[in-house]
Ligand binder design. Sequence first.
Ligand SMILES: C[S@@+](CC[C@H](N)C(=O)[O-])C[C@H]1O[C@@H](n2cnc3c(N)ncnc32)[C@H](O)[C@@H]1O
Length: 425
Amino acid sequence: MTPAIVDDLVEGDRVEVTVGAPAHGGHCVARLGGPHGRVIFVRHALPGERVTAEITELHRGYLRADAVEIHEPSPDRVAPPCPYAHPGGCGGCDLQHASGDAQLRWKAAVVREQLVRLAGLDPDEIPVRVEPLPGDQGLLGWRSRVRYAVDAAGRPGLLRHRSHQVVPVDRCRIAHPAIQDLDVLAHDWPNVDALQTVASTGGDVAVLGRPSGSAGPAPGDDPGEAPDGGPLIRLTGPAEVTEEAAGRSWRIPPQGFWQVHPRAADTLVTAVLEMLRPAAGETSWDLYGGAGLFAAALADRTGARVTVVESAPAGAAAARVNLADLDNADIVEARVDVALARRRVTGPVDLVVLDPPRAGAGARVVRAIAAARPRAVAYVACDPAALARDLKTFREAGWRLESLRAFDCFPMTQHVECVAHLVPA
Ligand SMILES: C[S@@+](CC[C@H](N)C(=O)[O-])C[C@H]1O[C@@H](n2cnc3c(N)ncnc32)[C@H](O)[C@@H]1O
C-alpha cells in the first residue's frame, strides 16, 4: 500500500515534539513547528515530555503519532506493567506508562476540557477531581468482562489501536484474576471470531464465543455498550452470572451489560443516591436502565413508582427478573427516545437517572426529560464528550450543573465515568 502523504510527511516519518495537554481519546496534543503549526495527537506520551513521535495517520486537519523515543521524560512516567502496552502493541490500555495519580489527573483534565469546550461551562465553576474507586484494588486485575478478538487463522488476542489486527497475548493484565486463569488464550479457535469472558462479583466465570462469519461488529473496548448480544454463544459457565451490588444479588446473562469494574456498580449507586437524596413518595425514571441497578435503589428509598426504560430485550428481561420482588417497578422495553416521544413513559416524575451508552442521550431525549420537570436528574456518563454535549442541551433548556463527580472505573485506560447532578436553574 502506498503511504498517505500530506505536505511533505508520510506515515512512518518521525518528528521531534514537545507534548502538551491530554485530550479526549487517550493521547496528548502537540504541534509541529512551521507556518501551519499542525496539530498532532501523540499516544504513549505524557504532558510536558519531549519525544520523537512516529506518524501513524495523516488527516487533513491533524496527524496521529506514537511516541517511540522519550528524550525528556515526565516525572509521572512509569514502566508499563504490561509487556504488550507499547507502540504497535495491544490497543486496549492507553495509560500504562503513567503513574496511578497521573492517570487521575489526566482524566480530570480531559473531563474539564470537554465540559468547558462542549458544554460552555466556566472552568472555575468545575473543580473536577477523578476519584479512585473505594478499596485498594490497584490498577491491574479489575476488568470483569474482557472481549478477545480471534484472527482469520483462529489465534486469539487483543486488537491493536484503531485496527482490526489481532495482537497475540498470553494474558491481559487488567483482567480479573479469574479471567487471567482461563486457558482461552492458550489454543486456537478456528470457528469463532470473538470471545467474551466474564468473571462476576458472585464468583461465576463464563466464556462465550461468536461463530465465525456471524453478523455484528468486531469486539471493541467500549465500556458503555452491552457486548454484541445476538450471536454470542455460551461455551462454558452458567446461563446467568450472579452480581452483588446495592445490597442485592443480581442474575445477569453473561452477554448482557453490567458495570465492568467490580466496585463500580456500588460506587455509582451511592453517588446517585447522595446527589438525588430520594424522599419517600417521590416517583422516578431509570433510563437506559439495564437490569435496573438504579431503579432498585430508588424504589427502596422512595417506596413509590419507578420506571425502567431499556431497549435490549435481554436487558429488559433481566430487569423483569431482578426487580420481580418490587411491586412499584415498571419495565418498559423500548428505546428511550421512542418511549418518551410516544408517551409510553409520562410525567409527572420527581427524579430521573439516565445512564446512556457512549453516544449519550441526545438533544431530543434531554429536552423530553427537561419538559417532564423532575426535581433533579443524575446523569451517569461513560463518555465525557457525550455528557458535555447533553449538558449543553440541559443548560439551553434552563437547567444547571449542581455538582459533578468522576470515578476511575477503568484504570490504565483513557476511560472515566462521570455522575452529573442537574437541577432546574
Ligand atoms: C451504560 S448501560 C447502563 C445500564 C445500567 N444503568 C447499569 O448501570 O447496569 C446502557 C444501557 O442502555 C441500553 N440502551 C442502549 N441504547 C438504548 C436506547 N436508545 N434506549 C434504551 N436503552 C438503551 C443498553 O442496552 C444498556 O443496557
